[in-house]
Design a protein around this ligand. Structure first.
Ligand SMILES: Nc1nc2c(ncn2[C@@H]2O[C@H](COP(=O)(O)OP(=O)(O)OP(=O)(O)O)[C@@H](O)[C@H]2O)c(=O)[nH]1
Ligand SMILES: [Mg+2]
Ligand SMILES: [Zn+2]
Length: 347
């Protein structure tokens, strides 16, 4: 008899148990991936931590990621990937039309930015778009509050409708109680190198689990200290995934997430006189009005357009095969129509 209780600190719930039902088989066990390596991964199983072999990269379970629930056979081979409840993905770093899964089965994304430097609002908007798109709840965290000259909470709240924005210091512990209260389920820390993700992870875990390192004095950039995505149980329940610093955050299939990130702009747009208003020079444009009256910043409107354009571009390239099929159908229809017109003598 397999005892699943050991998996509870790692996020095992009734819902996951239900997803595992079709895989129940003697010799097979459910497991959660806590760390990925090339071709292998660390997992937790009902009998404790184990090392598992990932399938060859051409199978359907190839893109495994920390946070995934899988089914393991008796020889510790990953045999099946359970359905993902959420997935945080970005466009692959090289800007190709491929996605990279950053974490799976995530409930809360901590979007981390150091408050002692320039807070990049555009970057926060990108991460918000990926988080909403992936089906998780964002919390924007301004780190290093102890050394920040001022905390731009107001500006950040203005770019993050519908999400919690707070400031913390892992150094003094300030704000950690409020942050802890905002954590739900599986939590992932995202942000650039040096943002203080691992330091914050250690503070939340109450132990020095992850390595940390100083930022470069000249530009406050981190040294890419963390190289693995790694999941740990949180002392108060739930799990936490620390991740390597993100160099670029490209949107990938994130139209809905972009809409949600910029819900204020989409709300203004609904009040434009024309339904297809491009917010350029059309009369009765509520978006331009919002910019003119100072309710909406020009930066945010530009950021929205840039992300939407980028998403459409990636989308167009990703869907090439689908597009080709669609074109085929359309060409077929057009041909049929021409023939029909000819036969009727209307051409
Ligand atoms: N003063 C202060 N320094 C902090 C705080 N949090 C992190 N730091 C410092 O910031 C530096 C970078 O912290 P890390 O936790 O290694 O940053 P990271 O985001 O994990 O970086 P990568 O692993 O490279 O992605 C370290 O020198 C930390 O001591 C804080 O709350 N206050
Ligand atoms: Mg780190
Ligand atoms: Zn408009």
């Amino acid at each position: 008899m397999v005892d699943y209780d050991l998996l509870i600190p790692y996020g095992w719930t009734e819902a996951v148990a239900e997803d595992y039902l079709p895989h129940i088989d003697p010799g097979f066990v459910p497991a959660r991936i806590v760390r990925m390596d090339r071709g292998e991964c660390d997992v937790v199983t009902p009998s404790g931590p184990a090392r598992a072999i990932c399938p060859r990269s051409d199978s359907e379970t190839s893109g495994l990621c920390t946070g995934d629930w899988v089914s393991l056979d008796a020889r510790s081979h990953v045999r099946a990937l359970l359905p993902r409840r959420s997935v945080i993905a970005r466009s692959s770093a090289s800007g190709r039309s491929e996605s990279q899964v950053l974490a799976a089965n995530v409930d809360t994304v901590l979007i981390c930015t150091a408050a002692d430097g320039d807070v990049d609002l555009g970057r926060i908007e990108r991460m918000l778009a990926l988080t909403w798109e992936g089906g998780a709840q964002p919390v924007v965290v301004l780190t290093k509050a102890d050394v920040a000259e001022d905390l731009p909470l107001h500006e950040v709240r203005a770019v993050a409708p519908g999400s919690t924005v707070l400031a913390v210091s892992a150094e003094t512990g300030a704000g950690l109680d409020v942050l802890t209260a905002a954590l739900d389920g599986t939590v992932v820390l995202l942000g650039p190198s040096g943002a203080g993700k691992s330091t914050l992870a250690n503070a939340l875990l109450g132990a020095e689990v992850f390595a940390t390192d100083r930022v470069r004095a000249a530009d406050k950039k981190g040294r890419h200290t963390t190289v693995h995505r790694e999941l740990r149980p949180l002392p108060g329940g739930g799990t936490l995934i620390d991740t390597p610093g993100l160099r670029g955050v490209g949107v990938w299939d994130a139209a809905e997430g972009i809409g949600r990130t910029f819900s204020d702009i989409e709300e203004f747009a609904r009040q434009c006189r024309f339904g297809d208003c491009a917010h350029d020079s059309e009369p009765g444009c509520a978006v331009r009005e919002a910019v003119d009256s100072g309710i909406l910043t020009r930066r945010r409107l530009d950021s929205y357009r840039k992300l939407a354009r980028e998403n459409a571009w990636v989308q167009a390239r990703t869907d090439k095969r689908l597009q080709a099929e669609r074109d085929q159908v359309w060409r077929g229809i057009a041909k049929q129509q021409r023939r029909m017109y000819r036969e009727r003598g209307t051409r």
